[in-house]
Write a protein that binds this ligand. Structure first.
Ligand code: ADP
Ligand code: MG
Length: 247
């Protein structure tokens, strides 16, 4: 316990919540499969950043989480790696069939951010597929791409959706896919999303979930609006705050 506190102190990580999973010092502490370690190497990633030190074990434990960290701190990996691991685990247990899925979604405030996140997930999946793991199908759902391209039906199901709120809501209301098997939702740059007026869309998207889900909320700042939103959308979250804010 004291050792965990020392690691957090060293990385200036503040945590709040009950039964917080221990931080990691190295990626190998989490026993990731070899293709994931190869992927990290190929990106020149050697050691976890502070948000990853605590955010990865929390997300991989299945807990809800609020992550507060500044731009460029490596948040994308902190939520996309756990989502790819979840998709692989589910696929190895009970493979999806045509028309099923997604099992997890990432919602972003802008098309560019969604596209970047999608691309880094595709690259990670390239490594796991070539490493002999089951094929994971990701889909980018953003405005400006024709809806029919995005309604592509994968013969072995759809695993991961990376989306902007407007288009995602459109696709859900048109029943292009459903969230019956969806167990993971990450809201990236939630402060920006709320500033841009997407709060109702995000709430509406959450209403499509039918089962239990893990919710991660990432934000650079924590104004009252986001705190209230988080209180209503997350269950017993672990709060991971990296950097100077101190609150
Ligand atoms: P954020 O979303 O927090 O603004 P990103 O996830 O986009 O930051 O990461 C910023 C950059 O840092 C990316 O180019 C990413 O590949 C790189 N990066 C992520 N994690 C690490 C790491 N552990 N070590 C070195 N570079 C990293
Ligand atoms: Mg980011």
């Amino acid at each position: 316990q004291q050792e965990h506190d020392e690691i957090r102190k060293k990385y200036t990580i503040l945590v709040e919540g009950e039964n917080i999973p221990p931080p990691i010092k190295h990626f190998r502490d989490m026993k990731f499969p070899t293709p994931i370690l190869d992927y990290l190497k190929s990106c020149g990633i050697r050691r976890p950043t502070p948000i990853q030190v605590q955010g990865l074990p929390v997300a991989l434990s299945g807990r809800d989480m609020i992550g507060i960290a500044f731009t460029g701190s490596g948040k994308t990996l902190a939520f996309s790696l756990p989502l790819v691991m979840l998709a692989l685990e589910m696929e190895m247990k009970l493979p999806l069939v045509k028309g099923e899925g997604p099992v997890g979604m990432i919602v972003c405030p802008s098309r560019e951010l969604a596209r970047q996140t999608f691309e880094s997930i595709c690259k990670m999946i390239d490594f796991t597929t070539r490493g002999g793991f089951p094929k994971i199908n990701p889909l980018l759902c953003i405005g400006g791409i024709s809806m029919s391209d995005q309604s592509r039906v994968f013969s072995n199901g759809l695993h991961i959706v990376v989306a902007t709120p407007g288009r995602l809501q459109d696709m859900l209301s048109k029943k292009k896919f459903n969230l019956d098997l969806c167990k993971f939702l990450c809201l990236d740059e939630a402060d920006r999303m709320i500033d841009m007026g997407f709060e109702d869309d995000v709430r509406n998207i959450m209403s499509y979930f039918t089962g239990q889900r893990q919710t991660l909320l990432y934000s650079a700042t924590m104004p009252k609006k986001i705190q209230d939103f988080a209180r209503s959308a997350l269950v017993k979250p672990v709060i991971v705050n990296v950097g100077r804010a101190g609150a």
